[in-house]
Design a protein around this ligand. Structure first.
Ligand SMILES: Cc1cc2nc3c(=O)[nH]c(=O)nc-3n(C[C@H](O)[C@H](O)[C@H](O)COP(=O)(O)OP(=O)(O)OC[C@H]3O[C@@H](n4cnc5c(N)ncnc54)[C@H](O)[C@@H]3O)c2cc1C
Ligand code: FES
Ligand code: FES
Length: 493
């Protein structure tokens, strides 16, 4: 057992024994270390002002990811290298991304600048990125600037971020790797007392035992939901169990039959396997949150939080995903749709947690589509999310799996529509209408700030029609938001 966390900062190992269960990295930096370069804007993962970089070993390689320190728990940086804007300049010589921001006039009031610089620092260290305006805008979609405008910042990135890294971090990369290897021990971390603690078990058995003892504890994966319970809802969460040190939970295994995703696999680490399963999943993954949110947020967390507007559950349900749960009593698996019982209620027993999921690959006679509808393209929660998998034999739909988010208290299958479409002919749109009509029996959506009930129902019907048109080959490309956005990007370039 270890009663400290350990991480690297400025080339030195930092060991802390006093770590509050809900203490954020941003508060640690600003309040404890008085390193106020990292800014607080929204405090909810939206603006990127608080962006810092975390360096971790991935398959032996040192990888830097941008993360929002306002919603990242301090205990979660155990075993990582923490890099903030204070660490970049060397002997008062600016880091190349800082120098480029100056040269291209990428800063006015400067409040967003440290966050942009840190995002660009991670781009500077990302290898093999295509050098394009599109790649840069995707990378910094989680950083907002109110006064400079984005063009000079993108220009600075294009100038500084695409050559081989040549800075203090690349020069001492071997040393950093060795230090990080030394920090990776297999002891459970437990800091605090039995009624208030931050803990991070090193094994599944350790987690099952601890959570069995403290079923009232909060499990945390990437903290992109839990962080907001702390900063926005001011919830009292005295017992925190982070799942980030359990070997195997970060696994992503692709096979001809499908993709196995461990509960700690992030959007970032699953993106390639999901794009390979279906291009639509690749598009969906890119539109979840921002680079920072995708670096921390997990697919498991998106499911476990039980939100009716989480983006991945409808797509995963339509694909026939199985969820794996585990506790000290043993393991069980269930179809994902059965996990969501009611608003805020999931089929999870006391002391039970998600260990992973299996997403079957669509077979050669199955067509899959999914669409996210939100007010903004990037960094927005969906108003409606629709996902469709049709099994088609000789031009006839022989099986339909349809699921929506934003249409009910949980992500939910459209069972009436599925039945109505079984037997429909792909080359005869007149056989599709019953399916669209049946959606009225499947859902009674609500009106809220994102969309009205009428809008949601109309959109759900339109998405089903869009899927059928695309699969039958009668839809023009322009009904794809991505195609429209790429045309916009090309115009801006
Ligand atoms: C700026 C921003 C943008 C976002 N954009 C999107 C978006 O576009 N689409 C979207 O769907 N979501 C979005 N989210 C929400 C969030 O990022 C996702 O829901 C994410 O998948 C949560 O994963 P996490 O690992 O961060 O979960 P956490 O916050 O760590 O946990 C979420 C919930 O799951 C529970 N939990 C976590 N792991 C387990 C486990 N293994 N077993 C049991 N329970 C567990 C936690 O106790 C908690 O209840 C956004 C969030 C932010 C801050
Ligand atoms: S302060 Fe806005 S993302 Fe953290
Ligand atoms: S320079 Fe003022 S917010 Fe970006």
């Amino acid at each position: 057992m270890r009663d400290t966390i350990r991480f690297l900062k400025g080339g030195q190992v930092v060991e802390l024994e006093n770590v509050g269960p809900t203490e954020t990295v941003l508060d640690y930096l600003r309040l404890r270390c008085r390193q106020t370069g990292t800014k607080e804007g929204c405090g909810e993962g939206d603006c990127g002002a608080c962006t810092v970089a975390l360096g971790r070993l991935v398959d032996g390689k040192l990888v830097y990811q941008p993360v929002n320190s306002c919603i990242l728990l301090l205990g979660m940086i155990d075993g990582a290298e923490l890099v903030t804007v204070e660490d970049l300049a060397l002997d008062s010589k600016l880091h190349p991304v800082q120098a480029a921001m100056v040269e291209f006039h990428g800063s006015q009031c400067g409040f967003c600048t440290p966050g942009f610089v840190m995002s660009l620092f991670t781009l500077y260290h990302a290898h093999g990125q295509e050098k394009s305006r599109k790649a840069v805008t995707e990378w910094i979609a989680g950083n907002l600037c109110r006064c400079t405008g984005y063009r000079p910042i993108v220009d600075a990135a294009l100038d500084a971020c695409f050559d081989a890294a040549d800075d203090a971090f690349s020069w001492r990369a071997n040393e950093t790797r060795e230090l990080l290897q030394k920090l990776a021990d297999s002891r459970d971390v437990f800091i605090g007392e039995s009624d208030s603690f931050f803990s991070s078990p090193a094994t599944l058995d350790g987690l099952a035992a601890l959570y069995g003892q403290h079923p009232d504890a909060t499990l945390v994966a990437g903290a992109t939901d839990v962080g907001l319970w702390i900063t926005k809802q001011l919830r009292d969460l005295p017992k925190m169990i982070w799942l980030g040190r359990i070997e195997g939970l970060e696994r992503v295994e692709s096979s001809p039959s499908g993709v196995l995703i461990g509960a700690m696999a992030t959007y970032e680490t699953t993106e390639e396997a999901m794009s390979d399963l279906s291009p639509d999943l690749g598009v969906l993954w890119k539109r979840i949150g921002s680079k920072q949110v995708r670096a921390s947020g997990t697919v498991g967390g998106n499911i476990a939080n039980g939100s009716p507007i989480g983006d991945t559950p409808p797509a995963l349900i339509a694909l026939g995903t199985t969820l794996e749960l585990h506790s000290s009593e043993g393991s069980r698996a269930l179809p994902l749709e059965k996990f969501f019982l009611d608003y805020g209620k999931q089929d999870r027993n006391s002391g039970e947690f998600v260990t992973g999921l299996f997403v079957p690959r669509p077979s050669s006679n199955q067509a899959f589509r999914c669409y996210k509808i939100s007010k903004r393209f990037d960094q927005d929660i969906s108003s409606v999310m629709g996902a469709f998998r049709f099994t088609i034999d000789d031009g006839t739909i022989t099986d339909a799996r349809i699921a929506y988010g934003g249409m009910a208290a949980t992500p939910k299958r459209a069972e009436h529509a599925e039945r109505a479409l079984t037997g429909a002919l792909m080359d005869d749109p007149s056989t599709w209408g019953a399916g669209m009509q049946a959606l009225l029996s499947d859902y009674k959506p609500m009106t809220d700030m994102r969309a009205s009930a009428e809008y949601r129902m109309e959109t759900a019907r339109a998405l089903l029609a869009k899927a059928l048109m695309e699969i039958s080959g009668t839809a023009p490309d322009e009904i794809r938001v991505l195609a429209i956005r790429e045309a916009d990007n090309d115009r801006a370039a």
